[in-house]
Design a protein around this ligand. Structure first.
Ligand code: NAD
Length: 296
């Protein structure tokens, strides 16, 4: 009989599905719940169990992993009579891997502690490809003992796994991550439009740029999106809009100025307002093209 903890997984989207499958490959038993039937079918096909509700998914779980879009969804799945806190065992450990406001993580940890349930915030970076390849960066906030308990599970999902401080710290670091990624994509998008309008071979240019100081994981992962104008998500503009709101707010609270981040946050918001919220964040290229005269 397996001595590995029983895992419940809530939120089997672009990230959650491949991550849960990596736990199945590592030998864990995973019971999942999410809103789309096809994602539940996918989990069952990979060897997991599909639950009909959050309560059913979490009732026998030692560890509950959550991967939903934003703070309102984390609150919806956690609280209330059908939520995780009412239905999980005392002593269970929640690993919330969603990217949400640090304050939501702090509040969740406090409310869960009243039920004897432990929580760490463990948002990730690395995108869909990083989730599939189990090479995510995972930034954790919470107690050291809970981090240590979660580590073997997180090692089946990622490669760089760091305890950043108390509850909410993982989210603060993730907010900084999203600032850096958005600014980097914007810089790459501006370079792409500049290079194309200059008549340079774009493929060759991006290859040589990526070998020098201008190179980045963003450029490596998004090069083909730029070249092929392939904006299938990936990471949706809608979610990056949410994250730019989180980092802008968190920075304001501590008196940090983000002048470039503020401009890029507006460009993300503008793309969304033009109906591109469902596209991958590499679609920031479309905003630069429009500003440069393209009718798209
Ligand atoms: P997604 O929209 O593809 O998936 C979210 C999932 O949450 C859906 O399957 C949905 O059914 C489920 N969900 C929502 N409300 C629910 C509820 N009440 N009960 C049960 N399930 C519910 O989103 P995603 O791209 O997988 O992102 C998830 C989180 O990870 C977000 O916070 C995002 O910012 C973060 N993230 C995403 C990426 C990426 O590249 N996609 C990378 C790093 C971090």
């Amino acid at each position: 009989m397996s001595t590995l903890p029983n895992i419940a997984w809530i939120g089997l989207g672009i990230m959650g599905s491949p991550m849960a499958e990596n736990l199945l490959k590592a030998g864990y038993s995973v019971t999942g719940f999410t809103l789309e039937q096809d994602k539940l079918d996918r989990l069952a096909a990979a060897g997991g169990s599909a639950a009909g509700s959050i309560a059913e998914a979490v009732k026998d779980a030692d560890v509950i992993i959550t991967m939903v879009p934003a703070s309102p969804q984390v609150e919806a799945i956690s609280y209330g009579e059908n939520g995780i806190l009412e239905n999980a065992k005392s002593g269970a450990l929640i690993i919330d891997m969603s990217s949400i406001t640090p304050q939501t993580s702090i509040d969740l940890a406090k409310n869960a502690a009243e039920k004897g349930i432990r929580v760490i915030d463990a948002p990730v970076s690395g995108g869909e490809a990083g989730a599939i390849e189990a090479v995510l960066s995972i930034m954790v906030g919470g107690e050291k003992a809970d981090f240590d308990a979660a580590l073997p599970i997180l090692e089946a999902l990622g490669k760089t796994i760091v305890l950043c401080g108390p509850h909410g710290s993982g989210q603060t670091v993730k907010a900084a991550n999203q600032l850096i990624v958005a600014v980097n994509i914007q810089a790459c998008a501006e370079a792409v439009v500049f290079l194309e309008k200059s008549g340079v071979d774009l493929n060759a240019a991006l290859d040589v740029l990526n070998g020098g100081l201008a190179g980045s994981t963003v450029l490596t992962r998004k090069k083909d999106n730029f070249l092929n104008r392939d904006f299938k998500p990936g990471f949706r503009i809608d979610l990056h809009h949410k994250d730019m709101g989180i980092v802008t707010d968190a920075a304001r609270n501590v008196g940090a100025a983000l002048p470039v981040g503020a401009v890029v946050a507006q460009l993300v918001a503008s793309l969304r307002a033009q109906g591109d919220g469902g596209l991958d964040h590499s679609a920031l290229l479309r905003a630069v093209e429009r500003l440069s005269g393209a009718q798209i």
